[in-house]
Design a binder for this molecule. Structure first.
Ligand SMILES: C[S@@+](CC[C@H](N)C(=O)[O-])C[C@H]1O[C@@H](n2cnc3c(N)ncnc32)[C@H](O)[C@@H]1O
Length: 360
């Protein structure tokens, strides 16, 4: 076992993984977040690549960089890595030697993940990634480069068989799933596949402590646009009493749980009689209309916590998200309140993002 006697190599930038087709939003977000944090550089991306890069003007310390441009701060990022090597044409007969040469002797990583972007072009690379991952781990072990106490994980991202971005993840600040994709199992009893979206949202947007504190049997929730009940099912599974608002029919087995009250009403007009612990909303509508209604719920104190989807328009999607959040903050500020907003484009989201909001 190696001891991490050498500090991490300098980073030339950050690479984030994203849903294919959202590279430009990921790049705009990197530019905006870096500018806000005073990190000099520029974002670049390629169409449908499944990732975007931020190139630093001056090389920097990877840990500081990942605290500023980390995965959990970025809506469109599934993973965020500090880039320590870029290889445009690795020789097919020996890809390992140049990659190993980028790592200083004595620098230990806890693990190595060889990945391809989640893009059509990179799909055929999955078998290669698996076998090359084994070879990489063995080579690192031989040279004493694996250290179970290291805070770092090494990632080799292969957009093609010859091209590789070598990156470091700070394990405590990184997505814990290969490719940044949580592989959630669809629960057979759940009434719709949308159930995975709320499950993923709660895993990604809340810490384990928050999940434990904010979901307790007997708590109350409202689900706006609930039918057939995939989101309600997740709440019921956690023991919550749910008022499900939708003109459409709810799943019969779910209704038999005795924890659901179905109201055939307009979700944009519905108001709870009493403050509830949770409000979730999956109504497909104009993002501004949804954002405004969600903000009213929080401004009026009708719920403590909210999870909802914002459908993205075809164009200016990043700007639309920013405007929706500004609108929400303005609505609650008029009532003298402040809210915290966290958001992610989840693996189970398509042309939308999922947002968590709560009173500060
Ligand atoms: C995407 S589906 C919800 C799926 C649900 N979250 C699940 O997991 O099964 C959207 C739902 O919103 C409902 N909806 C749309 N506009 C609504 C409104 N103004 N009031 C109540 N429900 C509405 C639709 O009837 C539809 O059932």
């Amino acid at each position: 076992m190696a001891t991490a006697i050498t500090s991490a190599p300098f980073a030339s930038g950050v690479v984030v993984y994203c849903r294919a087709g959202f590279e430009s939003e990921a790049a705009q977000e990197l530019d905006a977040t870096a500018a806000h944090a005073g990190v000099a550089g520029f974002a670049r991306t390629e169409r449908s690549a499944g990732f975007a890069e931020f190139v630093l003007t001056q090389q920097g310390a990877p840990d500081a960089l990942l605290r500023l441009l980390g995965w959990s701060r970025l809506i469109f990022a599934r993973q965020s890595l500090a880039v320590i090597g870029q290889f445009k044409s690795l020789p097919k007969e020996d890809r390992l030697t140049p990659l190993l040469a980028a790592l200083p002797e004595g620098f230990g990583v806890r693990d190595v993940w060889v990945e391809a972007p989640d893009s059509d072009a990179a799909k055929p690379l999955s078998a290669f990634c698996r076998s090359f991952n084994n070879a990489f781990v063995q080579a690192l072990r031989r040279r004493g480069g694996l250290d179970p106490a290291s805070p770092w994980r090494l990632h080799a991202l292969f957009p093609s068989g010859e091209r590789c971005l070598l990156g470091l993840a700070l394990i405590d600040h990184a997505a814990p799933w290969p490719q940044g994709i949580p592989r959630l199992k669809f629960p057979r009893e759940a009434p719709s596949r949308s159930t995975l979206k709320l499950d993923e949202a709660l895993q990604i947007l809340l810490s384990p402590q928050e999940r434990e504190r904010w979901f307790k049997p007997g708590m109350s929730a409202v689900d706006l646009g609930a039918a057939p009940g995939g989101w309600t099912w997740q709440l019921v599974r956690r023991g919550l009493h749910v008022t499900a608002v939708d003109n459409g029919p709810m799943d019969e087995n779910l209704m038999a749980s005795g924890l659901v009250t179905h109201k055939r009403e307009d979700g944009f007009r519905f108001q709870p009689r009493q403050r509830v612990d949770w409000m979730v909303c999956d109504m497909v509508e104009q993002p501004r209309r949804v954002a405004e209604r969600m903000a009213e719920w929080l401004a009026e104190g009708w719920c403590k916590h909210a999870v909802f989807n914002l459908k993205l328009p075809m164009k200016k999607r990043y700007a639309e998200v920013q405007q929706a959040f500004e609108l929400m903050q303005a609505v609650v500020a008029r009532r003298g309140r402040e809210i915290e907003i966290r958001a992610k484009q989840l693996y189970h989201d398509r042309e939308e993002i999922t947002v968590f909001a709560c009173e500060r």
